[in-house]
Write a protein that binds this ligand. Structure first.
Ligand code: FES
Length: 151
């Protein structure tokens, strides 16, 4: 295998379109150098870096987080197995948090299905922390709105 690759070779070996590779480069996720004929050339190790980006993308990790993860690695090398283990563990924890948030949203939305009240006081979507309950009995929202109107 050659030590340097054209963009077409990287695309063929990684399964990532040349346009996506150029985008990754524009975003600073990968780098190349130019030949005297102004053609891109990549280190062979770029394939592992592209695979890392694709894996993050497949896991639903935002590009900014993938960039941040790559920035923790030395610029002159691709992610190694232990890097992937460390970074993917962090991403899993983030995914766990996002899943918990989505499950809580789904549960609140489930309460709304078939309800239709859209009440600022009682709707679990509009009032997720049950602010009304925390304020106790009484016309708190009315009083708050009245105070705002008088200022
Ligand atoms: S619409 Fe009634 S609880 Fe949300």
């Amino acid at each position: 295998m050659p030590t340097e690759l054209t963009i077409g070779e990287v695309a063929a070996r990684s399964g990532v379109a040349p346009s996506a590779l150029r985008f990754y480069e524009t975003e600073g996720l990968i780098s190349s150098w130019r030949t005297s004929g102004n053609q891109r050339r990549y280190e062979r190790a770029i394939l592992r870096r592209v695979a890392f980006i694709q894996a993050g993308h497949a896991a639903g990790i935002p590009l900014e987080q993938i960039r941040a993860a790559l920035s923790t690695l030395p610029a002159d090398r691709s992610p190694k197995r232990r890097d992937w283990e460390r970074l993917s563990r962090g991403w899993r924890d983030d995914l766990d948090r996002r899943i918990a948030t989505l499950q809580a949203l789904r549960n609140r939305l489930t309460t709304c299905i078939g309800c239709g009240c859209l009440s600022l006081d009682t709707c679990t979507l509009l009032n997720p922390d049950d602010e009304a309950a925390a304020l106790g009995a009484g016309p708190h929202y009315f009083e708050r709105d009245s105070r705002r109107a008088s200022h």
